[in-house]
Design a protein around this ligand. Sequence first.
Ligand SMILES: [Zn+2]
Length: 132
Amino acid sequence: MPAIDKTNWNNPAHPDFLAGFYFECACGEQYREVQAAARCRKCRTYTYFGYCTHVTDTRTGEVVWGEEPTEEQEEQARVAHEQRMEQEREWLKEEEARWEAERQQYFLQKELEAAELAEDQMWDIQERLTVG
Ligand SMILES: [Zn+2]
């Protein structure tokens, strides 16, 4: 099974709540209809391809939609997936640096505002003392 982290594995004996859910998509989720399985959104996360490649009828074990990827295609998809993940990690690192810079800028701004306010208050006090 070409799933990355198959968290939705179901008992092959089909517990009652799965009755009628015969169509299994590429990530292992089970559906009542072939078209619903083919459009599985979990496959985006749980397969290396990022989309549903094939749907299997669990009663017969037959592929009823799409095409089961070969081991070679699976390996290519895995490599591409790793590259995408690496790009995403780099992007996230850049974003985190940007967020941190913005956060620091915010605190600096707040500090400057507080200093300005304190200065204004001191001027007010001095004014009152000189006039009185
Ligand atoms: Zn799926």
